[in-house]
Design a protein around this ligand. Structure first.
Ligand code: SF4
Length: 324
């Protein structure tokens, strides 16, 4: 079975954008790949954070991903800093990565703009740590959204440089593009994100979700109920495609164009369908959060499964590089 690797940000509350763009896809891939998921606490250190909140963030990420279907009996899930080989391999890979390659990374440029007061070396070499995460497990596939493709290309380049300098150790990982493009926010103008406050949380309370959807932007040319609408430019329709049946999507498509359905009813139908999927996730999330020891135990077991793979690769790397 080919191996798949992906990182999970311990970034607090997840949005339905994270769910549709990443987690739902990962869950669908569990039977096709030997899958490894890593909660990337070391990556999270590259922007300023409150140390006393980190463990809660890790457990919340674990609970949300498990609640959404990432079953630890069918994959390995662990915390990055629990397998120290990630940092060791990062150092080795730093020595074969030109600074120019890192300076070109779009994410580095964007984050440097967002965090002008804290442009640290970790932020700069973030993609090297990401390469180490992937190469440590000799992963074949890395499921990502469009915005991460550049980093996977860099990982391939890093693997090539290492192999050509020290001998064939690493396979070149391939990006596995998420079938769901990045979701627009409820303002209909910007990508869905917490910083834009235009999002629906994965484990948000039903009443709050209904309220947010009721106020969400639709086809702005549709001023009155009797005006025909254009679902192709309406974000509510995009969300229907992710949460409603094919039949309902077809109905909305037709009825919107002939003003047969109003936006209020269309949004209500979406909220009902969304909650059918999100209600059990929210309930499982709260159940899991009640038992942090269980989550810690699963993460420890995950690290115990990941470590021997990482140690084996590091032995090979040290030997290839003339270290013992
Ligand atoms: Fe959008 Fe639905 Fe209104 Fe059409 S009816 S504009 S798809 S919210």
């Amino acid at each position: 079975m080919s191996r798949l690797f992906s990182g999970i940000q311990p970034s607090g509350e997840l949005t339905i954008g994270n769910y549709l763009g990443a987690i739902r896809n990962w869950v669908s891939l569990l039977d096709q790949y030997s899958s490894i998921f890593c909660i990337v606490d070391l990556h999270a250190q590259t922007i300023q954070y409150e140390p006393q909140e980190m463990q809660d963030r890790i457990l919340a990420a674990m609970a949300a991903n498990m609640a959404a279907g990432l079953d630890p009996d069918r994959c390995i899930i662990f915390v990055q800093s629990h397998v120290v080989e990630h940092t060791e391999l990062t150092w080795y890979l730093n020595t074969v990565t030109p600074m120019g390659d890192l300076g070109r990374m779009t994410q580095f440029k964007e984050k440097s703009q967002q965090h002008k007061e804290n442009i640290n070396v970790g932020l700069f070499s973030y993609p090297v740590l990401q390469s180490a995460d992937i190469l440590l497990y000799k992963a074949d596939k890395v499921p990502v959204g469009e915005d991460q493709v550049q980093h996977i290309e860099l990982s391939r380049e890093v693997a090539r440089r290492f192999n050509s300098r020290y001998g064939d150790v690493f396979p070149e990982p391939e990006a596995l593009l998420s079938p769901t493009p990045r979701l627009m926010g409820l303002d209909g103008k910007n990508k869905m994100s917490k910083s834009m406050n235009n999002y629906i949380g994965l484990v948000e309370e039903p009443e709050s979700i209904r309220k947010k959807l009721a106020g969400a932007m639709t086809d702005e040319n549709r001023k009155r109920r009797t005006d025909p609408g254009n679902p192709d430019i309406c974000n509510i329709f995009t969300l229907h495609k992710s949460f409603s049946s094919d039949e309902e999507v077809g109905m909305v498509d037709t009825e919107c164009r002939r003003a047969g359905i109003g936006c209020v009813d269309c949004k209500k139908m979406l909220a009902d369908n969304m909650l059918v999927e999100l209600d059990p996730i929210r309930e499982r999330y709260h159940d899991l959060q009640k038992d942090p020891d269980r989550l810690r135990h699963i993460l420890q077991k995950g690290a115990d499964q990941a470590r021997p793979i990482a140690e084996e690769t590091i032995r090979e790397v040290r030997k290839a590089m003339g270290l013992r």
